[in-house]
Design a protein around this ligand. Sequence first.
Ligand SMILES: [Cu+2]
Length: 270
Amino acid sequence: MGYELIKYNRLCYTNFYYEKESDEKRETPTPVDPRATIVTRKNQNNLTDDEKILFRSVISELIQSGQYNIHVNHHPVMTHRMHGLMSGFIGYERFLYWHRDYLLKLEDMMRAIDEQAFIPYWNWVADQHFPDWLDDFIPSGLTDLNGNALPVTRVPGAGGRTLPTRQRLDEILLLTDWSSFVRQLEDGPHNRVHGWVGGRMNDIRYSPADPVFWLHHAEVDRIWHIWQQDHQGLGTTIAGPEAVLDPWTESTAEFEDIGALGYAYQELTL
Ligand SMILES: [Cu+2]
């Protein structure tokens, strides 16, 4: 109880993403029930006009129904311990698993509306600009956990910020130790992109209010998947209640293998 209050106070000071360099642990996969058909997540740069329209329309429908807002509002609850930045060791260990689950939950909602829908990824190393087809896609009417308005703003590249470089990402992909990999990915490129987009995306609690959050995290998830190909069997060693990806009931072990989870990425290169 006191612990949670301390955590909450801490986040008043660090309610933004910052980039930091860091380091280090590892292990076991278990497959889970596949979804009915494999979904291929495409590069946002390769989407057809119809696919862009579909993404925007299913997200708009989820916003209107209120489901989007409910889903966004899981993210500000730091008791879920899904960021190293807020929760230290356990947060780093859960970061990739929790967000893999979070994206899948949204994608399932999208596909319940239209089974052709998927979350595209934004390869920010190759495409160093904001995905222009989302420029004017700005949700309105969202509210935070206190019922206050949650406006979505962006200031891409403001203040001379830059996106992660290919060189930095290549270095991270060469790490052979799980904990080093996840720490450097979260603290480095992941946080850097949140900060680069700025505005709501730089709000560590409510960043998912901006739809580009999903494209960014699909890229983070794709990078993890690429790393997994070369580092089979490496992953978190957390177990028991710490491995349960609350507010959901699944455990980390169910999120190792994207094929078993029923989706794939269009490309496995940067
Ligand atoms: Cu993030």
